[in-house]
Design a protein around this ligand. Structure first.
Ligand SMILES: [Zn+2]
Length: 148
């Protein structure tokens, strides 16, 4: 334990003491809090930047997905797709789905076109990992050509 000189009364006091025992002068607090505050602020800004980048990426991805939803050709599902998608359609109670055609959009997402009567077609994207169906944005929905 080192001794330091009190700035107020010149008494020699311990460097560990928070205040001078003689005059009560409080030593300056360390700047620890200040630096923690700066670190948190910088982290927050970084996280925000990373976050907004991710948002941008996912937006770009979904734009690509919708592009492929519009421009890919319809096809019938192969047997494993037929099973997987069929189950998800049932689970999500997509009742208009009498017959369906597919477009694979990426590793986990399909566009399906379903028709109860061979005339009217309804479209959903399917996320096979989340086992959910999603509506397409109306602007995309109206650009999709019916399978036949
Ligand atoms: Zn003192």
């Amino acid at each position: 334990m080192a001794l330091i000189i009190c700035k107020e009364c010149n008494e020699r006091i311990s460097d560990k003491a928070k205040s001078c025992p003689k005059c009560g002068y409080q030593k300056k607090k360390s700047n620890g809090c200040f630096w923690i505050f700066i670190a948190i602020t910088i982290l927050t800004i970084l996280l925000y930047l990373i976050g907004s980048n991710t948002d941008e990426n996912s937006e770009t991805n979904s734009m690509n997905i919708y592009d492929s939803a519009i421009y890919y050709d319809w096809r019938t599902a192969n047997s494993s797709e037929f099973l997987t998608l069929g189950k998800i359609i049932l689970e999500n109670d997509f009742k208009v789905c009498g017959e369906y055609q597919v477009k694979k959009l990426n590793e986990s997402e399909y566009l399906i076109g379903c028709t109860p009567d061979g005339i009217t077609w309804h479209y959903r994207t399917v996320d096979i990992n989340k086992r959910k169906l999603y509506y397409l944005p109306p602007s995309i929905n109206e650009k999709i050509k019916a399978p036949r």
